[in-house]
Design a protein around this ligand. Sequence first.
Ligand code: HEC
Length: 123
Amino acid sequence: MSLDKARYSVICTSAILGAVVAGLTLFPISTVRANAAPDSAAVTATFRTKCALCHGPDGSGSEVGKSMNVPDFRTQAVQKLQDAELAQVISDGKGGMPSFKNSLSTDQIQALVTHIRTLAPKK
Ligand code: HEC
């Protein structure tokens, strides 16, 4: 009888341990996922504060931007360009487009290129 009880508690303990281990294993994954959202929110915020003034929040070009002939980010003309070409214009500037290499990190510029891709119409 007491042996049965001991076995029972061993089973219970290992079940609890198993659950804790599973929880610890899965927890970091959910943490990583949770961090992905604020990151893209940060890019959107950067785009709105630094780019939307000319390019508009949706990339189509603001009133100011249109007067400067900004390209519409949603069109093929822009979307067909390579990531490196877009990154270079953001970094070095071009015509009325200011250079951002002193105010944005290469990671931020790369994230903005990814953001510009999200502005393309969904197929
Ligand atoms: C002061 C207005 C202004 C601001 C602010 C601005 N841009 Fe521009 N941008 C332009 C203009 C004007 C052009 C067109 C340049 C040309 O082709 O002569 C342009 C072009 C571009 C292009 C190249 C598109 C192509 O077809 O070659 C990219 C990419 C771009 N901008 C991204 C950005 C990003 C990202 C930001 C924010 C970090 C930003 N721009 C902020 C005015 C602006």
